[in-house]
Design a protein around this ligand. Sequence first.
Ligand code: SF4
Length: 463
Amino acid sequence: MAKRIDPKKRSMPKQEPFERVRNFDEVALGYTPELAQEEASRCLGCKKPHCVEGCPVGIDIPRFVQHIIERDFNAGIRKIKERNALPAVCGRVCPQEEQCEKVCVLGKKHEPVAIGRLERFLADWEAASGGIEKPNIAPPNGRKVAVVGSGPAGITVASDLALLGYEVTIFEALHEAGGVLTYGIPEFRLPKAIVRREVEYVKSLGVKLHLDYVVGKTKTVDLLLGEFDAMFIGAGAGLPWFMEIPGENLNGVYSANEYLTRCNLMKGFRFPAYDTPLKRATRAAVFGGGNVAMDSARTALRLGADEVHIVYRRSRDEMPARLEEVENAEEEGVIFDYLTLPIRLLGNEQGWLTEIECLRMELGEPDDSGRRRPVPIQGSEFRMRADAVVCAIGNSPNPLIPMTTPGLSVGKKGNIVASEETGQTSRERIWAGGDVVTGAATVISAMGAGRKAASAIHHALSG
Ligand code: SF4
């Protein structure tokens, strides 16, 4: 008899919106073992599993799902960790709906298997059970590799090479490891204790970590390379873009990078217990439509704003943010001003932001990105009140390393040029991957690039 499939994913328990806007605790609460088993039972165990092809690091998804059905959670997490050193992180922040779940066979007629939620369940189950398992580590091979940046790409390279017997040292510019996972993604979406747990796991493999070490300043790439056999640069994309409109230097105007770093890394939401101030706006506006814009808007609400607007020049259909995050923001009361373009910021005599002047837009023909181009409606100018603006329209890589490293090829947007297949840069013994190469992208694609680079470095150093 054919298996009867439940058409819907098991929903994940969440904090209620009215409750969660008053705290920074994680919104989604995760599956119980019973919910995880029910969800896993929806999987068809396909002979040709498209989900695996859709996963940038090639996790054996049907196998780990089968282990959940059998309630062998240890075997399940072990299977994931063969390919992914950060399962608790990926289970929370990866856009599975664009990757493994997008191509899940079940998704043709029903909702796909909730692969991300199951991955998260196993990682959390392992942490709660107290024992984080370590895979076998090859004996030391006497080769040393430097990794610049401790975000997802750097952590993946470091753990893959450590397992192969390399002596790996990570150099991190900030005072905490984790890169964008630590400074960029808010506590309510990715608790920092989870990032710390994953970093501790990588350290337990023998990886050394130097904090407060700015490569390009503390030491140049070339000086550091003199002490190592190879280097991987995974320094991320930390240089924020602004709208380049009048008034952006007013007080109360932030880049999303600064706003989220003050809150997440410097604990500005606990000011004055922590000494980083952060404006507690009454009416905040966030420019942009990606996940970072959603994170910024939801942070402003939790900091006590009466009203928070997302100002986006296209419509809801074109927003790049994950649907789940848009829905969370809507449930929490964020107001979405679609088809709206800020053109000027106005302030008072003391230099503080008071108003935003905007233009209404309409959608025209599709542009190079395939999305319909927003076109201004002449004479539609209007003003809205705001005492804080967060600009969340994108980032590019910090120019420090390219500026101080002769011979390192850089693209038009300041990204390091590296082979898509191997991560090899224009310089010998230097590989790169993640956002520093692609511009701001996803955690899992950075990890995929890290995995390819680790394999290429191993190939080059082991002859
Ligand atoms: S494609 Fe979907 S149904 Fe098939 S094995 Fe993968 S998760 Fe299961």
